[in-house]
Design a protein around this ligand. Structure first.
Ligand SMILES: *[C@@H]1O[C@H](CO)[C@@H](O)[C@H](O)[C@H]1NC(C)=O
Ligand SMILES: *[C@@H]1O[C@H](CO)[C@@H](O)[C@H](O)[C@H]1NC(C)=O
Ligand SMILES: *[C@@H]1O[C@H](CO)[C@@H](O)[C@H](O)[C@H]1NC(C)=O
Ligand SMILES: *[C@@H]1O[C@H](CO)[C@@H](O)[C@H](O)[C@H]1NC(C)=O
Ligand SMILES: *[C@@H]1O[C@H](CO)[C@@H](O)[C@H](O)[C@H]1NC(C)=O
Ligand SMILES: *[C@@H]1O[C@H](CO)[C@@H](O)[C@H](O)[C@H]1NC(C)=O
Length: 292
């Protein structure tokens, strides 16, 4: 009893002294938030089927060095995330010094169709094909929508975050589907991997605090090492939505991608690179032209 009273009294001053995360004081740099934007493969509660998104496990690799806000949401593409104001809500809540991770692609394919609703046609998700300022005009949910390209959405959001003082942006490659679904290991990056790279370059790359993480490649490597049986067992419904174990592995794959690059966000990771490599595979070959 006496001990616990002494303990509680001793704890009070340290609670009072906890740094307010968003107030800079001379003694403590604020603890940044890492905002995560994405779809069901990243989101809390995954695809709402007992599956989970990888963003939920990111906190285990940052300890007390960062807060994580996983704003990813099932069924979203870069287009619908924009239309629904989800990037905007992150921008409103973002404080200078925070980071933003953006990962889309799973729901971005196809072409915009006239007359779609949230449950029919392209479901309001398909981006306009192309990598520049092309537009496609369609009626979605009875309203005219001028649909932009995938890079246009990702770059517009990134610019907004940087303008608000974000320390940096990580544009992260979409995850592969189950690389073992054909019986033997196979992986083909999607067009969105290329668009991600292009967006990073068009935004100025690492010199402008914008970084690329080859998340799909690191996740594929980790799935290859896990083997067919474990990977199959961790896609309980389909080839896209992961059970918690694989979502955690995908989170580690993202962190490895960060650690193998040049982003200062990697400095906030609590794990040693060699320890991560021992679990889920080595850093991938890279060169100076890759904006990692
Ligand atoms: C994450 O950020 C969003 C957007 O600002 C906010 O609505 C949500 O409550 C936050 N989530 C948590 C767990 O703080
Ligand atoms: C959708 O319909 C509008 C008006 O009828 C037309 O201008 C536009 O080209 C159509 N878009 C597509 C993608 O079919
Ligand atoms: C679109 O218009 C149809 C026909 O007028 C109507 O039944 C439907 O509720 C409208 N949908 C939305 C989302 O406004
Ligand atoms: C998710 O679960 C619901 C309800 O059990 C089911 O109808 C749906 O098909 C499932 N989705 C997937 C992708 O398996
Ligand atoms: C870092 O270490 C924590 C604690 O052991 C662990 O939960 C997390 O998965 C590790 N992260 C990586 C990327 O290995
Ligand atoms: C740099 O690495 C990328 C990815 O591995 C590769 O596609 C590219 O050809 C390499 N460039 C040079 C100049 O070696």
């Amino acid at each position: 009893m006496m001990n616990s009273i002494i303990l509680s009294l001793a704890v009070i001053p340290s609670i009072l002294a906890l740094p307010n995360p968003h107030k800079t004081s001379p003694a403590h740099a604020p603890i940044p938030t890492i905002w995560v934007a994405g779809d069901s493969t990243t989101a809390p509660d995954g695809g709402h089927n007992g599956t989970e998104g990888w963003g939920q496990y990111l906190k285990y690799s940052f300890g007390s060095n960062a807060f994580i806000n996983n704003s990813a949401y099932a069924g979203r593409s870069a287009r619908s995330f924009t239309r629904e104001g989800r990037f905007e809500r992150i921008a409103e809540a973002l404080h200078p010094g925070d980071w933003v991770v953006i990962e889309f692609g799973i729901n971005d394919g196809g072409t915009p169709l006239n007359g779609s609703t949230s449950t029919t046609g392209d479901k309001g998700r398909a981006d306009c094909p192309g990598a520049g300022d092309e537009t496609c005009t369609v009626v979605y949910d009875n309203a005219t929508e001028v649909v932009k390209t995938f890079p246009a959405y990702v770059e517009a959001a990134s610019k907004t975050f940087l303008k608000k003082g974000a320390a940096g942006i990580v544009i992260s490659e979409q995850l592969p589907n189950n690389v073992w679904e054909g019986g033997v290991y196979a992986r083909t990056p999607s067009i969105f991997s290329y668009y991600d790279l292009l967006s990073v370059e068009q935004l100025g790359g690492p010199a402008a605090n914008v970084y690329f993480v080859q998340h799909g490649s690191y996740a594929a490597q980790a799935q290859k090492l896990l083997g067919k049986d474990v990977v199959d067992a961790n896609y309980p419904f389909d080839h896209t939505h992961t059970a918690p174990l694989l979502a955690d592995v995908h989170s580690q794959a993202f962190v490895l991608g960060l650690k193998c690059g040049t982003s200062p966000l990697a400095d906030l990771v609590i794990n040693a690179t060699a320890r991560i490599e021992a679990n889920i595979g080595p850093c991938l070959p890279a060169n100076d032209t890759l904006p990692i």
